[in-house]
Design a protein around this ligand. Structure first.
Ligand SMILES: *[C@@H]1O[C@H](CO)[C@@H](O)[C@H](O)[C@H]1NC(C)=O
Ligand SMILES: *[C@@H]1O[C@H](CO)[C@@H](O)[C@H](O)[C@H]1NC(C)=O
Ligand SMILES: *[C@@H]1O[C@H](CO)[C@@H](O)[C@H](O)[C@H]1NC(C)=O
Length: 358
């Protein structure tokens, strides 16, 4: 961090930004064609000076009480998101464009909304959560307060998924080896086993058809985190069963455990269409694609015996790669990238209904 404040690096980062802005303007011109470039109706942020100023995002408190450094121009330095001032000093409330509240601490009563402060004109309050609806608590009292939502849902104002698929750059087109050193058919890692969870029923039915190895706190077979991926990679299939069947709720069970563990995920949670909308085709198997769990089990068995067909579940990795989101700063900086497309005026009159609209 030592050189961040030197004049040289400030100057060179200003230069970089200038070059990038010029490139952007140029590509916009090329896209729009030279004839239409002066059309006033073009919703270009470059024609509107007031929308290209710095945006200030104030995080009212850190999620789960764990703070991270906001030294320097964090959003630019770490994520190349320009003109984004991410702060956590409450004294900056009067000048903040967006104030972000993480739901967990509100619901637990650890932090409160600053109703005592005069809310500046135009300031937006953002409700942020990565939990499934059932774990967000009672949101009835948060009607008519928030202007935006920051969640994993695709229809949130700012979508902060657990992971996403990115296209590989030209120099990254290395074919990942299909991991074939596998000794177990299906593996499941579960710490919080509840009989009434749908996933527990599916597990019971599936394990009556095919062998399922179970790890995690629930069994006497806990996995230290460094052993997680190596263990999972020894399985043909990983049961990426979410604990909640909710719209768009796709967690690191899929993004990290399955995709990075080199194993084909068998998913259950959000509807099939939600998975299809964000994942490459032929990269996962959804429980709902089968008329019965018995059919699913038979399909898995056949696939594991057919190396060619099994390996086709990895061809997506030639073109695509997985990006995990784990840092709150990155999620918060993302608000700036989309700030100019937020609706001018919006109030969540019934936040609870929006959250529970699964
Ligand atoms: C520029 O953007 C601001 C805020 O987004 C808006 O209020 C204003 O009307 C815009 N001005 C022009 C000239 O487009
Ligand atoms: C294959 O898996 C076995 C058992 O999990 C392990 O002992 C062995 O080292 C692995 N071999 C390779 C080449 O990864
Ligand atoms: C945000 O919500 C408040 C409270 O309902 C409302 O008064 C304000 O106009 C909203 N602001 C924006 C920018 O939508």
């Amino acid at each position: 961090m030592g050189c961040h404040n030197t004049k040289k690096s400030v100057l060179s980062s200003m230069k970089t930004r200038l070059v990038i802005s010029l490139l952007c303007v140029l590509s916009l011109c090329l896209l729009n064609g030279w004839q239409t470039r002066f059309q006033a109706t073009e919703p270009s942020s470059f024609s509107n000076r007031s929308s290209s100023r710095d945006v200030t995002i104030l995080l009212w408190y850190w999620p789960f009480g764990r703070s991270f450094s906001l030294q320097g121009d964090v959003c630019w330095d770490l994520y190349r998101i320009p003109r984004c001032r991410l702060v956590d000093q409450r004294s900056l409330f009067p000048s903040a464009d967006v104030v972000v509240f993480h739901n967990r601490e509100l619901v637990q009563g650890i932090h409160k909304l600053p109703f005592d402060l005069p809310r500046p004109q135009g300031q937006r309050w953002a409700w942020m959560s990565l939990e499934a609806p059932v774990n967000n608590g009672n949101l009835g009292k948060y009607a008519n307060i928030f202007n935006m939502t920051v969640t994993y849902r695709r229809d949130a104002d700012i979508t902060i998924p657990y992971g996403e698929i990115l296209s590989k750059a030209a120099d990254e087109h290395l074919v990942d080896d299909v991991p074939l050193n596998k000794s177990s058919l299906a593996c499941w890692v579960v710490s919080n086993y509840r009989n009434q969870h749908k996933r527990s029923q599916v597990y019971k039915e599936l394990s009556a058809v095919v062998p399922v190895k179970v790890y995690g706190r629930w069994t006497k077979n806990p996995l230290p985190s460094r052993a997680l991926l190596p263990t999972i990679s020894g399985c043909y299939f990983y049961l990426a069963f979410e604990n909640s069947l909710s719209k768009d709720y796709i967690t690191e069970k899929l993004w990290r455990n399955a995709y990075q563990g080199g194993v084909v995920p068998v998913v259950m949670g959000a509807p099939l269409g939600d998975y299809k909308a964000v994942l490459p085709p032929n990269s996962f198997i959804h429980v709902d694609e089968f008329a019965s769990i018995k059919d699913l089990g038979e399909y898995l068995q056949q696939l594991a015996e057919d190396k060619k067909r099994y390996s086709e579940y990895f061809t997506w990795k030639r073109q695509w790669k997985v990006k995990l989101y784990t840092d709150w700063r990155e999620r918060l900086c993302k608000i700036c990238s989309q700030y100019n497309s937020l609706p001018q005026q919006k109030v969540y009159t019934d936040l609870e209904a929006w959250v529970n609209n699964t």
